[in-house]
Design a binder for this molecule. Structure first.
Ligand SMILES: Cc1cc2nc3c(=O)[nH]c(=O)nc-3n(C[C@H](O)[C@H](O)[C@H](O)COP(=O)(O)O)c2cc1C
Length: 214
């Protein structure tokens, strides 16, 4: 016997996609939905249960436009370069992903809500080993994913983006984010156009799982 309805939970876990072109740029998002989804996100784990997360929710149009500019600066030639690299190596799915990523870069300012998940890094010395930084980011990413799942369950969508982070300091100045607070990404949030999303094609499990030894 399952504890939850697996038809529902498995569909949620397997169809929460990176949504870009199907973000509804016209439909307003009620503040309550964002706070409900953030409340759920706070049930995620953090290292030592430190809960250093902070969330900056941006609805102001001028600030979204400024963030979109930083995002585009961050994109630079990255998408074109990555696309050419993927085509040269024979990767298949990629033209659609890059198309979709370009669309987001062009339209980010129109997405009604930008959520910037952050984490307090005040306790980590600048020369800390990578393990410490892994633990720091590992204390915000699970919550980011929970937030995305909660959105999906309510008919909204998002995509985890990181390309503005090259200019994270500018975003911090724009939003008054203190120096000890590290941004983990930028999640554009909107209702989705339609709610049916497909299972993604991933690498076969057999290729990547090792039982008892590598
Ligand atoms: C660490 C990380 C960084 C990402 N950065 C970006 C980004 O800057 N812009 C973007 O459009 N998508 C970004 N993505 C989204 C990925 O492209 C997306 O998750 C991937 O293509 C799989 O999409 P799917 O789950 O819909 O199959 C990022 C995802 C992760 C996990």
């Amino acid at each position: 016997m399952s504890v939850f309805d697996l038809t529902v939970t498995d569909a949620l876990l397997s169809t929460t996609r990176a949504v870009r072109k199907r973000l509804d740029l016209e439909k307003p998002v009620p503040r309550q939905i964002i706070t409900d989804c953030l409340e759920l996100a706070l049930q995620a784990p953090t290292g030592s249960n430190r809960q250093g997360w902070r969330w900056v929710v941006v609805t102001d149009a001028a600030k979204r436009a400024a963030l979109a500019e930083l995002y585009r600066k961050g994109v630079g030639t990255y998408l074109d370069d990555a696309y050419h690299e993927a085509s040269a190596s024979g990767a298949t799915q990629d033209s659609r992903v890059f198309d979709s990523a370009r669309y987001l870069a062009e339209n980010l300012q129109h997405v009604p809500v930008h959520v910037i998940p952050c984490i307090d890094a005040g306790h980590i010395p600048a020369d800390a080993p990578p393990r410490a930084w892994g633990g720091l980011m590992g204390s915000i990413y699970p919550a980011m994913w929970s937030f995305q799942l909660a959105l999906r369950a309510r008919g909204l969508g998002s995509v985890l983006t990181t390309l503005h982070l090259k200019f994270a300091d500018d975003a911090s100045s724009l939003l008054g984010i203190p120096q000890n607070i590290v941004q983990a990404g930028l999640m554009p949030v909107a209702y989705t156009i339609g709610t049916s999303f497909k299972l993604a094609k991933r690498r076969p499990l057999d290729e990547i799982v090792h039982w008892d030894a590598w």
